[in-house]
Design a protein around this ligand. Sequence first.
Ligand code: UDP
Length: 330
Amino acid sequence: MAILVTGGAGYVGSHMAHALVDRGEDVVVIDDLSTGHRELIPEKAKLVEGDIADKKLVSKLIADERINAIAHFAGSIVVSDSVSDPLTYYENNTVKSRALIETAVASSIEAFLFSSTAAVYGEPGVDLLDEEQNLQPVSPYGWSKLMTEVMLRDSAAAYGLKYAALRYFNVAGADPEGRTGETREHATHLIEIAAQAATGRRNRMQIFGTDYPTPDGTCLRDYIHVTDLIDAHVKALMHLLNGGENFVANCGYGHGFSVLQVVDAIKRVSGVDFRVDMAERRPGDPPALVADSARVREILGWEPKYDDLETIVRHALAWEDQLVKGRVKL
Ligand code: UDP
């Protein structure tokens, strides 16, 4: 038996591939390498360069490699790009997922994990977001992921597909062993950008909005260490394979940090006082996005190990440092 990891050459997917290989599982990665890097994949995993929507390729792979479960991470993730080019997002995230789900059903896959997002929620009106809140995404990205959740829900009802959709809050940090991390030159995530500023890959950064209705005026987000996120995936996989119920759950810690707190933590941990400019609000940013994480804890017995901003930042910086020093070749 083996597990197919789509998007396994990307940030979150590569952490999953490592976690599964560490557990002694057989792992096959399918990735078109449009944004991913083969260097991030564990040596023991097999890489197939290809399209997840290629039904012939994927069903042959499932048969040849005796794949019984799929962890689906492949997709496009830049919210602002989804606003300027929605059809590309619906193609990459919704249409291709439909094809993959069809192949999974036709091949009698036993468990399907889906990488979803807190962007499925509309403008939040409450402190903690539970899974039933206001499913009215404000971006095509959020809709593209929500539509995939709907296809999974309906496929479960109609064909008996076993699945779990995990809605990520702000994923950050890197593999504590330094084997993989975020790599984008054109970073968009706060911790990634601040880590680039601290390691000299950029000479300054901006804080988008200082007049939000929050304690220090900057936005609050629930930053979750990628390794804890992956631990939830591994537990979700085992849960499904052991006959557990299908579910949709938030992945976050249940508390937030402001942009200023994050930037301060990066300056403190790195010891670098990089330039930070105060800027206008970025369109579409809600003041606070914090998970109600009761469900994932309850269903999976998940307990985070890295629920500490300094640790998240330290791991992000260590990875960034390896990139800057050329110790990781991409
Ligand atoms: N942010 C910022 N400067 C940056 C990047 C992000 O001030 O260079 C802020 C952004 O406005 C938001 C928070 O950091 O309030 C988290 O943004 P990110 O893009 O990391 O994740 P999002 O919450 O949008 O998914």
